[in-house]
Design a protein around this ligand. Sequence first.
Ligand SMILES: [Zn+2]
Length: 1008
Amino acid sequence: MAIGAWILIALMSIWCVESKYMVYNTTSKIVPGKLNVHLVAHSHDDVGWLKTVDQYYVGSNNSIQGACVQNVLDSIVPALLADKNRKFIYVEQAFFQRWWRDQSETVQETVKQLINSGQLELINGGMCMHDEATSHYIDMIDQTTLGHRFIKQEFNLTPRIGWQIDPFGHSAVQAYLLSAEVGFDSLFFARIDYQDRAKRKDEKSLEVVWRGSKSLGSSAQIFAGAFPENYEPPSNFYYEVNDDSPIVQDNMELFDYNVPERVNEFVAAALSQANITRTNHVMWTMGTDFKYQYAHTWFRQMDKFIHYVNQDGRVNALYSTPSIYTDAKYATNEAWPLKTDDYFPYADRINAYWTGYFTSRPGLKGYVRTMSSYYLAARQLEFFKGRSKVRPNTDYLADALALAQHHDGLTGTSKQHVANDYAKRLSIGYEEAKKVVETSLASITSSSSKTDSGSPVTKFQQCLLLNISYCPASEVDLSNGKNLVVVVYNPLGWKREDVIRIPVIDENVIVKDSEGKEIESQLLPLPNASLTIRNHYSVAYLGKFPSVTPKYWLAFSASAPPIGLNTYFISKSKRPDTVVAAPSKSHVVYISEEKQNDVIEVGPGDLKLVYSANQGKLIGYINSRTMVKESVGQSYSFYSGSVDKKQASGAYVFRPNHTYSTKSDGQASFTVLRGPLLDEVHQRINSWIYQITRVYKGKEHAEFEFIVGPIPTDDGIGKEVVTQISTHMKTNKTFYTDSSGRDFLERIRDYRKDWKLEVNQPVAGNYYPINLGMYIKDASKELSILVDRSVGGASIKDGHLELMLHRRLLHDDGRGVAEALNETVCILNKCSGLTVVGKYYLRIDPLGEAAKWRRSFGQEIYSPFLLAFTEQEGDGWTNSHVLSFTGMDPSYVLPDNVAMITLQELDDGKVLLRLAHLYEIGEDKDLSVMASVQLKKVFAHRKINKLTEMSLSANQGRAEMEKKRLVWKAEGFPGEAPQVMRGGPVDPATLVVELAPMEIRTFVIDFD
Ligand SMILES: [Zn+2]
């Protein structure tokens, strides 16, 4: 009786609890003296990966991945409005801007309020979260500027935080340039080597002060935090609609009430993170890929956690952002471990080095680099013409390039259809920018003083496919007195001379300069290897077979003034008996088979490459000017990609099984072509590798052009093709590679500065990303290699360097892309492996004298001459056109250590200018010094009204940025950090800009 009554009363009391609206207390702020758990709500939205950027935005193609970014942003707004303590960060501007354009004014107004109140914070702020290994620093700056300026214009805000949570390793340039120099207060990321991470957890050194630049030191340092695991929540705290983490069930009327258990688990996870973190602040990244598509599910749980955990009182949980977290860390006044150099290469576990993506999709990587350089030149020409508010302009190309920098874009780690989408966008952008370039060149060359007002506007053509020797504009019949006009535009701030090559159909042609003087030229027969690829790819990409077949490359030496152009004319030789007479020296086709002499020296100038003709191999390098002499070999081989189920080689991961030298398969051949301007060595290495080595009269480097592919896989083996340079130089395991195309970092084989490396992949674990080049040195020499796109490189043996040029693999490496990296090109449903054409350059200098070539010529590789063609009857052109032009004062050139990396007219008519010092401190005895640029001479044709120095991404005044900068303390540097060299303020009267080594200065200019 008594028991029954008790049960009844107990049950009654539960039933009588009135179900009512529960208000969760989410007001918590930081509590000093307690462990503060900063809950940072975020969604990681890849700007293309398994689906294209547009598919992710609208939420189509969901059979691949259920992801719709529109849902994320749509659902964030009401979720934040529901509780003013809730916070959310948003990162990828490519998505945000798509969404923003779709919103009503009312929603836009609401979002502005959410942003102003700090509930919604835009961080990182570039169009995408760019990759840090394969992106060039100029592209990183451009894509960040695009996003940052939009945020400034629309919201009058500057992002404070770098949020590179997914890129696969982290570059020094990201730390000092794209974080400190854009005014970020901190930088966060997730992917560092698993061995490094383990040690940092032990030592509580995941959070550091990172000085990425030797030259700029503490003046460009950043507080940087690597997450303890990844960018996801602790396990069991995932709350997307269909996630299976236990929710907080706090309704006593329902079964499974679990508040105490969930609070305990929360506190345990927080304490465990606190054990590896300095100060009493830890950050929880509450979100992951494409989460918050129904934001309420996350916020409902976080509301409850904050409420009950704080009621519990052991730790303090709060809604936070990386900004709030950063300020809290700063307020502790802690000194942080100092980090220098970078976080490459990245392995997420044993045998899993993410060094394959340094080379994956080399065709796309080459295309991005070509477009990047074209965009730089096109903006200069757009500036000269005056930017038009209506299209065509360069905006689409800017946007396409920005998207391609995404960490699954030019990394080559997206699905094939997504890679195609990046390329399609670049192609559309190029077609539009091309029109800008052509009208600008027409307007520059048709000066009003020389042209009748009635004369027709010149129609220029360009040849993007010159790399596969396809150029309809130059493959023209000149027999009826026509001239081919070649306008050569030089986007560099120095006068420059270069041998250009264009395909021609006629062997009796001469080249004249702008003064009408015939200049030396040389014809080189187009090898079958080039013609094959030309024909194949013309059909594949243009849908048609070329109508004519050029027989020759016409080569001549062209020069052009800084940021300016020069004109050359190609015409049929007027000598009556050209065809039968012995051709003049200027256009002889030189072919010789010299196999009987074993040693052959190649090169018309100071540089000779020495070959063994019997073996068809490079054996030596001699520069008679510098007296450098070295035995040098060069070869190709391939690694067979591992197919181990636990870890195969794939788009991300490089895991070689064996190395094989390429066998000649009976097709090897060796031919030397000699001429007055350059010598060429043609080598058929095997049935799928062809190489042309060029040595120019006026240059002291060798140029290697490779044609690699289709890589055969009919033996069931994926292949990763490398070229190797071998010398006897004693290099003591040491080599140097660039960081995102800028600073050179020392690398030591099988060694890491930050921890004792356990070597499990002696090849893959020694690969580094190369954007500009790499070098080795011994007691007397430096051997440098420069590249035309991003690739992976290593020094696996002393005295050796190798570059990975192409990869074709048959297995997925298990990192999510779920496709083998097996690029093919199809014609009428017949597909074959992708062939890649590219170049690299080699030079050996006396020790200490190599930086000049690496820096100056490196800039020339980045910014080749832009060529435009038109036809003209007789001599009409010379009389009616401007033949030579410079945008600067004709007596002025930029100093040898400075490049103009941006010249761009902005929407508002102001002009964005970036000048970059190209040398590091101590890199060159003459050029690692303060440089100065005279803006009055750079803009000789315009009057500067106002010059404002800006942050790197041009979204705030430099002075304003400096004033706000948090000064972090590094361990071992208790007082003021040592002074570093920086250019001084610009005097508005003289307008001279100083640049210290590695400094980049950004200005917005108002012209009168
Ligand atoms: Zn990602």
